[in-house]
Structure formats: C-alpha cells, structure tokens
Write a protein that binds this ligand. Structure first.
Ligand code: UTP
Length: 408
C-alpha cells in the first residue's frame, strides 16, 4: 500500500492522524505502518455507538447441569469412553494465552508468572503438568495448541523453549497468533502506541477459532482426525484438561460442546451462568440475572441458575465450521489502552481511556445446537489468577493449590 492509498483509506473514516509522524519515520517504520493500515479491519470502529448498550439478549431459561452425583455414579462408563476417545487421538487441548493480563500487571505473558514459594512454579508449568497427568494415564501425547498474540508470541515460545516445554513433547505443541483489533478513544479516534503503530489488542477469547483457521491449523484437525478440542484459559492453575471423565460424558451425551461449571457460591456471585437463550445454549452474565431468575428453582427445589462457567469447554470440532465470525456480535469493552500523547510520549493510563473490540466465547456457544454443563468441584478445579492480591488472585490460587496438595 502506498502513502496516498493509506491516506484515502484513513480519510474515508476520519482517521488521518494515524499518518501524523509518517514523514519522520525511517523506511522500515513507514513500511510497517502502511502494512498495518492495509491489514487492519477498521469497520469495528462503527460499533462504538453500541458501547454500554448490551447486545440485546433473547429469552433465558434454565439448562440443567450434569451434577456430581450422576458423574460419580457413571464414573467408570465416562472414564472408559473418554480414554477410548483420547487414545484414538481424537482429542486436542487449546490454551488461550492471547490475553493481555492487564489486571495482573506484569509485562510478561501471564503464563510466565511464577506462583511458587519455595521453588519456581510457573502458570504455564502448572497447566502442562495437569495435561501430563492425562498423557501418562492414557499413554497418548495429546496435541496441544497454544494461542498467543502478536504482543506476547515470541516471549511465550522462547519461554517454552527455555523450560524444555515443561516435559511435554515439543513436536506435539503448536503455537499460533491470535488476530488483533484496533483500539480507540471514547470518540472513536484510533490510538497510536508508537509513531509507526496503531494501538491494537487481541480480538477476544472467541478469536481462537477464526485465528486458527487463518493460520491453516484446521488442517491438523482433519489430518490427525481430531474431533474434540478442550479450550481453556491460561489463568486457572488447578483445572483438569482433557480429563477422561469430562471427555467421555460429553462424547456420550452427543452434544456440540461440553462446559465445565462450578456450583455458584451465592445466587449473586459474579460469574456467567450456563443457560438457554431462545432455546439455544448460552451464558447469562451475573448482572443480567433478574431477581426472578435468581429465585427460580428446578424440579428438585434447587436454584435453577446455579452453575457458573470457568472457561473450560470441550468443542466438537466438526460443528465448529458452522460457527461464523459474521454472526458473532462484537463486544465494545472499556479498557486501559497505552498510547502516545501529542508530544509522542508513551502513556500507560491507570484507568480505562477507551474501547477495545472483542468476540466472546459465549457467543460461540450460542451458535451451537447443544451443550452439556458438567459440574466440577470448585476447590479442585477453579483457581483463577486475575489479580495480584484479593479475589481471584495469585494469593487465593496459592491457597487452593496448597489445599490440593500441590507443592509451591
Ligand atoms: P481474561 O478475560 O481474564 O483477560 O482472559 P486477560 O487478558 O487474561 O486479563 P485482563 O482482563 O487483561 O486482566 C481469559 C482467558 O482468555 C484469554 C486469556 O489469555 C485468558 O486465558 N484471552 C483473552 C485470549 O486468549 N485472547 C483475548 O483476546 C482475550
């Protein structure tokens, strides 16, 4: 793209300021900026008028979870079925590590965070060790996809290399980068993070599927006959990944997706709750739960909206092709966005200063036909690390790990 083509593209959307420093840049910088302008989809900016308006939800109804009593009763059946699926090479794991981890406040990828007390115990290490339990049990090297972002890709790959993949077989690990979206101020004006770069951020936790396809990795799914993908967040250091019972229960239920859920600690706990929306699987956010929904009871007299999601889903790969990006709403999210000010100094704001654009996994679930919410025990499988201290923090996760017998 030439400078004048770039100017045309930008002026049609009122963003000419992106070229403010163009003439000062060296040739490499000019080229990098032109390429970014050419490759960026600026149509997302038109969504800022929807900020704060919610996405217009349908009618919610409860979706019963498979609870512990049934799972314990059918444990052998689920376990055997799951082991068969895994041993046949039909299961992959996909680590979502594209996020920015802004709340944790470290410049490194979140997975590099060391939660150890007497020895180093990195978040990535905890995850790989959890997966290795299943590898040993089934004698099968499960394919592991790691989604990074443009911002943390090299650091993530280098870290895995340096730590010798924490004992995982390196030829079973594939890294790929998540697509990025531009970020803007409250008036829709694009932020610049450097004189030669528009501010960008990863396009949300549902960006994994389209990014994977764009990277050509769906070929691995077909070539290796992978039918199930366990997609999970980087920050839950206790979760079991591709555990045979979950895989078996989901496969036997014949659903499009299995979702690990935990019993809510209180009716108003701040977690998304698995439900139906207009008859299709969905997630209702805690702030969308009406008083009636919080008080609604199921046939056993238990709360009907009682199971929160923990961002660990087992997707049936053949049905993912039906998930189209176009049909997924774009969420306009207020965030802290680093930018260069009028004097070209980099500013790292300490409160939100604009919008990022994200696609969320809940919208992906909603496009699928059926879902099995599968109950796991919170104390054994849910230790999210979002903040340095307090709720969902390094501190709280350490306590949960210790109670679970993990040496830190
Ligand atoms: P969070 O929504 O908690 O975001 O991500 P985050 O980036 O880790 O942290 P904050 O909000 O900036 O503090 C939940 C999971 O989804 C992944 C994260 O890496 C984490 O595993 N994620 C999130 C992505 O892979 N890409 C994204 O664009 C967003």
């Amino acid at each position: 793209m030439t400078r004048s083509e770039a100017l045309d593209k930008l002026s049609s959307i009122g963003q000419e300021h992106v070229l403010k420093y163009f003439d000062e840049l060296d040739e490499g910088g000019q080229q990098a900026l032109l390429t970014q302008i050419e490759e960026t989809d600026f149509s997302v900016l038109s969504h800022i008028k929807e900020a704060g308006s919610g996405s217009g939800r349908g009618e919610f109804s409860p979706l019963a979870a498979m609870q512990r009593d049934e799972i314990i009763r059918r444990e052998k059946e689920f376990h055997d079925a799951g082991c068969d699926v895994i041993k046949a090479g039909k299961t992959a794991a996909l680590l979502l590590a594209g996020g920015m981890g802004t709340r944790l406040g470290s410049d490194n990828p979140k997975g590099m965070y060391d939660i150890g007390l007497t020895k180093p115990v990195y978040i990535f290490q905890r995850i790989v060790e959890n997966l290795l339990d299943v590898v040993r049990e089934t004698d099968t090297w499960i394919r592991l996809f790691v989604m990074t972002s443009e911002k943390n890709h090299q650091a993530t790959v280098d870290f895995f290399e340096e730590k010798d993949y924490f004992g995982y077989r390196r030829d079973r690990v594939v890294f790929f980068k998540q697509d990025m979206a531009p970020a803007c101020d409250y008036n829709g004006k694009l932020y610049m993070e450097a004189k030669d770069r528009i501010s960008t951020s990863p396009n949300g936790n549902a960006g994994w599927y389209s990014s994977m396809v764009r990277a050509g990795l769906d070929k691995i799914l077909t070539d290796e006959g992978i039918e199930w993908i366990d997609v999970f967040a980087v920050d839950n250091v206790l979760q079991r990944i591709c555990d045979p019972c979950f895989v078996g229960a989901t496969a036997l239920a014949g659903v499009s997706v299995g979702a690990k859920v935990v019993k809510k600690a209180a009716p108003d706990e701040a977690v998304g709750v698995m439900c139906l929306e207009d008859g299709r699987p969905s997630i209702v956010e805690y702030y969308e739960l009406s008083k009636e929904m919080m008080e609604a009871k199921d046939a056993n007299g238990d709360p009907a909206y009682n199971f929160g999601v923990i961002l660990n889903y087992l997707f049936h790969a053949p049905e993912l092709a039906a998930v189209t990006e176009d049909a997924m709403p774009l969420h306009v999210v207020e965030k802290k966005i680093p930018y260069i000010d009028d004097a070209a100094n980099l500013v790292k704001p300490d409160k939100p200063n604009g919008y990022k654009f994200e696609q969320l996994v809940l919208d992906m679930i909603h496009q699928l036909d059926s879902c099995l919410p599968y109950e796991v025990i919170r104390e054994h499988e849910f230790a999210p690390i979002k903040n340095p201290t307090g709720k969902d923090s390094v501190e709280s996760a350490r306590e949960l790990c210790k109670a679970d017998g993990i040496e830190l």
